[in-house]
Design a binder for this molecule. Structure first.
Ligand code: NAG
Ligand code: NAG
Ligand code: NAG
Ligand code: NAG
Length: 300
């Protein structure tokens, strides 16, 4: 009997000893709070979840997230827009045991990508518009790239805009299409958050592009990648041919004491002064100096 009890305890022991999984939370689009726990991917039991912001009552989970029919997260309402500036508390429970945790979510906000991305052609420019919540609090990063008819796309250009929900490309090139995408985050004045995901790209194709030569893009690539090196080589060849290169050999000057006096002459025509200095017996003329004595005023 005792053996059986011990066996049961031994089997159940690891389950009881098992640590509660860690809970991680993020505010989604200032609308909901998503908390997840995955226990390193090895969840085997369901926990009960409660959460609340400071000065609120504990709220039972309204919508559990599950994976393989095991709860691994919960979506709760976010409530007041300023809630992220207060503390957020969570509690996981199982078998009368609980695991509480305190969260600072002020910077843990993830906005949805901007919506309703649209394009409008102006006289000699193209305007892109989109929608995002809290325009005065949000910064948007815009990236676009230009693709030529044969889908050669050139590196994307990006810009971060504050408090604006539009972007203008001036003088768009005729034979091309433009792909533009936007993402958002709360800016510094509203306690910066991480970037949202990118919006789906919006594409604008020049009206005239059907009349364009198919090769516009590749011609440019050929110019850049093939012609440039050829021109460079040509220039080097021309330089070598027409520039007068003179190679001047310079004697290595032996050490002064190692050369006999008479060997100095044949080298080159060197000035007399310099020649003098090679003489082993040469001494600089001493410069006569006199010590200056201060003569006191009184003795005059
Ligand atoms: C999860 O459990 C399986 C067996 O149940 C084990 O093989 C695996 O190593 C565990 N993974 C982690 C991350 O603990
Ligand atoms: C865990 O909870 C989900 C619903 O939240 C339920 O469908 C599932 O059967 C539960 N699994 C276990 C092992 O209790
Ligand atoms: C949890 O506690 C309640 C009373 O506080 C008790 O009635 C219940 O049996 C306990 N459940 C477990 C699984 O220990
Ligand atoms: C986006 O466009 C849809 C219709 O296409 C409209 O119902 C919705 O209100 C727009 N959303 C915003 C944020 O303007």
């Amino acid at each position: 009997m005792l053996n059986k009890l011990l066996l049961v305890l031994w089997l159940a022991g690891p389950a009881f000893a098992k640590q509660f999984p860690d809970v991680d939370c993020v505010i989604l689009h200032l609308k909901t709070v998503r908390c997840t726990w995955n226990g390193h991917g090895n969840l085997t039991v369901n926990y009960t979840f409660h959460s609340w912001f400071h000065n609120e009552k504990a709220r039972a989970c309204e919508m559990y997230l599950t994976s393989n029919r095991i709860r691994n997260g919960c979506i709760q309402p976010y409530g007041d827009i300023s809630n992220r500036f207060t503390m957020f508390y969570t509690r996981l429970e199982r078998d009368n045991r609980t695991s509480p945790k305190r969260h600072d979510l002020v910077k843990k906000v993830k906005l949805n990508p901007p919506t309703n991305l649209t394009v409008q052609k102006g006289a000699d420019n193209v305007w892109f518009y989109w929608n995002q919540i809290l325009p005065s609090c949000v910064q948007n990063e815009v990236c676009y790239r230009t693709c030529y008819k044969n889908w050669d796309c050139f590196p994307q250009t990006c810009a971060v805009l504050h408090g604006k929900q539009n972007y203008c490309i001036n003088l768009p090139s005729d034979c091309s299409r433009y792909e533009l995408k936007v993402r958002s985050s709360l800016d510094e004045t509203c306690s910066a958050s991480d970037w949202s995901d990118w919006s789906d790209p919006v594409i604008w194709i020049s009206n005239n592009s059907t009349e364009c030569d198919q090769g516009t893009g590749s011609t440019f690539v050929i110019i850049v990648c093939v012609l440039a090196p050829v021109i460079l080589i040509l220039m080097v060849v021309l330089l070598l041919r027409y520039e007068r290169f003179r190679i001047i050999f310079i004697h290595v000057v032996p050490e002064q004491s190692l050369i006999p006096q008479d060997k100095i002459e044949p080298w080159l025509e060197i000035p007399k002064d310099l020649k003098q200095s090679f003489k082993a017996s040469y001494h600089d003329r001493a410069c006569p100096v006199q010590e200056y004595h201060h003569v006191s005023q009184g003795s005059v």
